[in-house]
Ligand binder design. Structure first.
Ligand SMILES: *Cc1c(COP(=O)(O)O)cnc(C)c1O
Length: 236
């Protein structure tokens, strides 16, 4: 694995997608997904200038983060169980996978105890896949006011995982729908939300064309992971 070459290739693809969409490359943040990768890979990525990393399981992150350079910043991108909220608040700068009011309340409680504010994204299951976590679009709009009222949580935007397909063009409507949902949130809340977290190795260019501000890239940087492809089916 040549991380430096992979990073260069991802940045070039990112810039080309921005070009097509008439966007500034600086408007898209690259989050390196390090699940299944050891701490020395994180260190190598940090040495190449990557600063933002994503993990999808609290347990793995808890073991790993303490062995990684302290300049690395971490987002939780996988399903979170209520009994792991305390650790999540300590380990992560942002939780991208808030998918229920109960979970949000639990995070708010632990953020309060830690005297912190916690930026979060709401994970939306746009395509309604039974195998995936995330709010159904109607459900989160109904809870938005309550989510936004939690004193320690800051709703910064939306996140989604598109259905897997070998043809990324097929998931363009999913990304477009997420952007429209963010606009509806902004109307409801009466202010802008900075983030749309969407796009992975197979579909990030289409996501950028549809307005992604955070792309979550694992395989294109670090090569294939061992283990099942449907990582999101594993409990956190
Ligand atoms: C693993 C994972 C990614 C990265 O997937 P790749 O296809 O390897 O780029 C992105 N988002 C989430 C939520 C993930 O679990």
């Amino acid at each position: 694995m040549d991380l430096s070459a992979n990073l260069h290739a991802v940045r070039q693809r990112l810039e080309a997608a921005c070009d097509r969409a008439g966007r500034e490359p600086a408007s898209v943040t690259l989050l390196a997904v390090t699940k299944g990768q050891p701490p020395d890979v994180v260190s190598a990525a940090a040495d190449l200038g990557l600063t933002l990393f994503g993990e999808n399981r609290v347990q793995e992150a808890r073991a790993k983060i303490q062995l990684c350079p302290s300049r690395a910043r971490w987002h939780l991108i996988g399903h979170l169980q209520s009994n792991k909220c305390r650790d999540a608040v300590q380990l992560f700068e942002m939780v991208q996978s808030v998918d229920s009011l109960g979970l949000a309340q639990e995070l708010d409680k632990w953020a309060g105890k830690a005297a912190k504010r916690l930026p979060v994204l709401l994970e939306i299951n746009v395509a309604g896949e039974a195998s995936k976590f995330g709010y159904r679009p109607e459900a989160f709009l109904a809870e938005l006011a309550q989510l936004n009222a939690l004193p320690r949580l800051e709703v910064h935007g939306l996140m989604t995982l598109a259905p897997w397909t070998p043809e990324p063009e097929k998931v363009r409507p999913v990304f477009r729908r997420l952007r429209e949902l963010k606009e509806r949130c902004e109307q409801q809340l009466g202010g802008p939300l900075p983030h749309l977290s969407m796009g992975m190795t197979g579909d990030f260019e289409v996501a950028i064309e549809e307005g992604a501000t955070l792309i979550r890239i694992g395989t294109a940087l670090f090569g294939p992971r061992s283990g099942p492809r449907q990582f999101n089916l594993q409990p956190a």
